[in-house]
Ligand binder design. Sequence first.
Ligand code: GLU
Ligand code: MG
Length: 437
Amino acid sequence: MIRDPLIFAATSDLAGKMRGKAFPASQLEKRLERGIGWVPTNALITCFDTIAESPFGSLGDLAIMPDRDASYEIDFEDGTPPERFILGDITTPEGAPWLGCTRGALRSALDRLHRVTGLTLNAAFEHEFQLRTDTPAMGEAFTLQGLSRRRAMGEALVAAMAQAGLGEDTFLKEYGAEQFEVTVKPAPGLASADIAAVLRELIHFTARRHGEKATLSPILDPAGVGNGVHIHMSFLDESGAPATHDGNGPCGMTEITGQFIAGILAHLDAIIAFAAPSAISYTRLTPHRWSAAFNNLGFRDREAAVRICPVQGTDPASIARQYNFEFRAADATASPHLVLAAVVHAGCQGIEDALPMPEATEEDLSLLSENALAERGLGALPSDLATALDRLEASDTVRGWFADGLVDVYLAHKRGELDHAMSLDEEARLAAYATVY
Ligand code: GLU
Ligand code: MG
């Protein structure tokens, strides 16, 4: 059959979906210069294909400007056409950054970090996902048999990641039924979010080519495990040397690391609307699921919103290189760019406000009363998306971090999604998210 290769110019949007338009590969140079037409109201398309109330209506024009450095071509060598796509920024027709561009939002957060501290961020997003089947296998948590049953798919995924330059790290049969996890190596801030957005697509491409349906939905069944997105972070100084660890600091944190984490925890109840932005995300964010239910720091404790991760060995230089902390409250219904932007801004706020370094909790916080938690500056995370969106709306500090109008567009988008999700009963709601993510 005749074929002219198409390149999909993509924006990773507010819903964490990769949307855009394709053009013939032969026109790449022209499209790099002129972009491809886009529409403001597209930012209000929810994950369910409903359009939330749009402040833009039918007005206005934008362009997706492809970024030559974020171009991907993956050939599965199975007779299907290679997947070709290129990430871009959304601009106005005059070329100015557009408020709803998630890459732009992340770039300005990373600029703020650099301005405030002289540091740059390295990050790596870990993803958990499940294969959807009516007959999930039992007894396969972390087993060789569980991995072996999906080895072909896992090896294809790792090969696709290598072709895409995502920095493949590990692939594992996670604890849950038909649950897997894939990790990547750390990369500079913007690239780390691009990698996360691309990896989600590769998981779906690969599963589909193996006759499977993958889902990254935060939870399929309230009685089962959740699928988390854990964001590992560390800092580098101007010379590229590690700058996160201080052997004499509490839990090994430098003062800046401690203030940065304190900022995340202080603003978590507002930024959680970016990290856990679906109507079912809050079922995952409950105690004893190894996710996050409180705004606490954990030292090598997986029941924490932010965790100081383990390091291997005793060599101080190696420890400084490995040392990192992990934000555990996100899931794959979040835009990787927006959640990282929100986390970085919150961290910068903590540094600018010189917040005290947080103490790591060591006990089961679900056993403490609200007062006992409050005495230690801790609190439960919002228990549903509507509350999380209200907290975001009420935080002038958080709104001030983003381009004018972004938070309002985001709130409208998410409230539109919530209306649809809540028109379904719980079983249908869980199934709907499992289908679209
Ligand atoms: N599945 C857990 C979550 O929802 C994480 C388990 C783990 O620590 O890997 O975040
Ligand atoms: Mg895991």
